[in-house]
Design a binder for this molecule. Structure first.
Ligand SMILES: Cc1cc2nc3c(=O)[nH]c(=O)nc-3n(C[C@H](O)[C@H](O)[C@H](O)COP(=O)(O)O)c2cc1C
Length: 198
């Protein structure tokens, strides 16, 4: 089974993280899941379910939940092979730690490892409006190899539910991470190419 590390921080938008885990599990991936301390609180507040109860309903062999202060956990080491890592949603605080190489918890460490091992790291950043520090940290993280994907759904697909808005962001993040399609959104077809007329 391919392994993906999923970090969920205390930014608003826990629903993006929850859906990411569900889609990965449904597609046969193994998920190493880490919530920051504030991530756990915001998840419980926004979803109305504790993360432990959410994980209990998933196939146990596919999801490993770690404490954010457990720096002895496997994702702390580059020798633990993973396909990559997504932080969804990613707070301004966690972006700052990653961009500046400051490790205070397992999410920061796993992200640092992902970058040093040259594996894909996708940061689904959620904050608005932006200050200069956010923008500078995004540039630093991008220069180090991360992809910054703002939690910013599009409307050209004419979404009719929150789920469709969430799926747009989740599909884009997972495609960048794995190079595969998860069929959560319809591809844009736009106008048809010109054909020669006889
Ligand atoms: C309900 C709630 C919503 C929040 N939303 C955001 C947000 O969208 N973006 C952000 O950067 N911080 C947000 N915060 C603040 C972060 O949770 C806080 O900065 C925290 O220290 C981030 O730490 P973490 O990245 O380790 O989770 C929110 C806090 C709360 C309580």
């Amino acid at each position: 089974m391919e392994r993906i590390v999923v970090g969920i921080t205390g930014a608003s938008g826990s629903i993006y993280g929850k859906r990411t885990v569900e889609v990965l599990v449904a597609n046969g991936y193994s998920v190493d899941l880490i919530l920051s301390e504030t991530g756990k609180k915001v998840f419980a507040y926004e979803i109305g379910v504790k993360v432990e109860d959410f994980v209990r309903e998933l196939p146990q062999e596919q999801v490993n939940l770690y404490n954010p202060d457990d720096l002895f956990a496997p994702p702390s080491s580059g020798s633990y092979r993973t396909t990559g890592m997504v932080i969804v949603p990613c707070s301004a605080g966690t972006l700052g730690h990653i961009a500046n190489g400051v490790t205070r918890n397992l999410i920061h460490r796993a992200a640092d490892v992902t970058l040093k091992e040259r594996r894909p790291l996708v940061l689904v950043f959620r904050e608005t409006p932006l200050n200069r520090v956010h923008v500078e940290n995004m540039l630093k993280a991008m220069d180090a190899g991360a992809t910054v994907l703002p939690a910013c759904p599009a409307f050209y697909g004419k979404p009719s539910s929150v789920k469709e808005l969430v799926d747009f962001v989740v599909e884009r993040a997972l495609r960048l991470l794995t190079g595969k399609s998860f069929n959560l959104l319809q591809e844009w077809e736009g106008s048809q190419p010109l054909r020669p007329t006889s």
